[in-house]
Design a protein around this ligand. Sequence first.
Ligand code: ASP
Length: 293
Amino acid sequence: MQHLVDTDQLSLRQIRAILDDTARFKAKLPPPLLQDRLLITLFFENSTRTRSSFEIAAKRLGAHVVHLDPGRSSTKKGETLEDTFANLCAMGPDGVIIRHSENDTPARLAEMEMVPVINAGAGSYAHPTQALLDLYTLYEWFEGDLAGRKVAIVGDIVNSRVAASDIRLFRRMGIEVSLVAPKPFMPPATDLPRYERIEEVLDDVDVIISLRAQLERHKKPIFDDYAEYAHHYCITEELLGDRGILIMHPGPVMRNIDISDEILDDPRCMVLDQVRNGVFVRMAVLKLLLLDS
Ligand code: ASP
C-alpha cells in the first residue's frame, strides 16, 4: 500500500511519472480513471486551496469525495483520532486525505495500513503535494531543466511545512536552495546558505518563494509590527527591478507584507499558475497512489 506522508516516500521514477502525468492531464483531461472510487477528506486545519484542489482533482478523475467536518466529528466526543480513522476506513474508502496540526498524524495513520493516506499538510513537518506542485511549476517554466536552478525561500521558514517539503524535494532534484529570513524565522540547524537580507541573493537566484508568517504556530507574537517586517521582506517592484526572477507563494498571501499588490499582478508572479497546476498535480498523485501502485 502506497501512502504520501512526504515526497521522500516516492522514488525518482515516481516523481518523474507525476511530472509527466501532470503535463499530460494539463494538455488534455484524461478519461475518468478513478470512476466510482471513493475518497474521504479529513481536514483538522483550515484550508482554501488544498481541500478544494484535491476535491476537484478527484472529481475530474471520476471519483466520489466525502468530506468529514472534524468540528462535528466524534474526536470532539473523546474518540481517538486512530479510532475515528479506523471507523472511516471500515466504510470502504479508497483513500483518506488528511490535514492536521500535528507533525506526525499522517505517518501514524499510514502505519495502520488500512487505506492509502495522503498528507494534505501536517504541522510544520510536510506538505508534499504543495512541494510537488511547486516543483511542477518550475519544471514547466524551465522546460524540464531543473538541475542547478537557484531558489531562495523567504519568510517564516522554520514554521513552514511548505518550506520543509520544498527543501527536501528540490535538493533531491538538484535545485540549489538558499534561505532568507530574520533570525526568529530561520531554522537553527541547516546546512543551506542563510541570509538575513533579500538584497544579498537578488542577483543570484532564478526564483523566490515567499512565505507568510505562520501566526497560528507562534506560541507568542514574534513581531509586533509586520509593517516593519514587510519593509525588509516584502517582494516589491522596487526590490526586484527588471530582474527576471519568478515569484512563487503557496498562499494564503498576506498582501503587501509577503508580496506587494503590483508584484501580484506582474507576469513574473506565478501564484495563480501554482494553484492551476495544483489540480493536475493532485490528479497525477491520486492516479499514482490509487491506480499505479
Ligand atoms: N497553505 C499552505 C499550508 O497549508 C501555506 C500556508 O498556510 O502558509 O501550509
